[in-house]
Design a protein around this ligand. Structure first.
Ligand code: ADP
Length: 137
């Protein structure tokens, strides 16, 4: 079993898609282990997107990710990390196939509905950035 960190981004919350997207994960066999609503800030985002913080589009990501509340979730499943990335589709929603979350609900490269961890190491680091051990059930 693996755990993955999922974020329902501001576009997901603004468009009231959180119920639909949660249902997709649950119906595909993911078990919910932790969940909270948050308003992100620069500190937590700089840690979360450490690999992107020197990119020219990083300020745009910060503006977007702080533009509304987000929901942060931990899911557990067999091969949760690759399974969640597959379910989301590629970063650019315009290139995502219909039937994927980004393909069905995303707008573009930035407004792409959800974040999902991309490796076991990132998942561990990201989960620890958002949750205390006792907040995971
Ligand atoms: P993913 O979220 O698919 O793992 P990355 O880790 O590369 O992709 O990027 C993190 C997030 O930063 C993306 O989901 C997207 O919201 C934003 N992003 C990535 N690349 C760009 C870009 N070229 N322009 C605008 N936003 C971007």
């Amino acid at each position: 079993m693996e755990r993955t960190l999922i974020i329902f981004k501001p576009d997901c919350i603004k468009r009231k898609l959180e119920g639909k997207v949660l249902d997709i994960f649950l119906s595909k066999g993911f078990n919910l282990k932790a969940c909270k609503m948050m308003k992100l800030d620069m500190d937590i985002l700089s840690r979360h997107y450490d690999h992107l913080k020197d990119m020219p589009f990083f300020p745009g990501i910060v503006d977007f990710m702080t533009s509304d509340n987000v929901m942060v979730l931990v899911f557990e499943a067999e091969n949760a990390i690759s399974k969640a990335r597959e379910l989301l589709g590629p970063t650019d929603s315009k290139k995502a196939d219909k039937g994927t979350i980004r393909g069905d609900f995303g707008t573009d490269m930035r407004m792409n509905v959800c974040h999902a961890s991309d490796s076991v190491e990132s998942a561990e680091r990201e989960i620890a950035n958002f949750f205390l051990p006792e907040e995971i059930f």
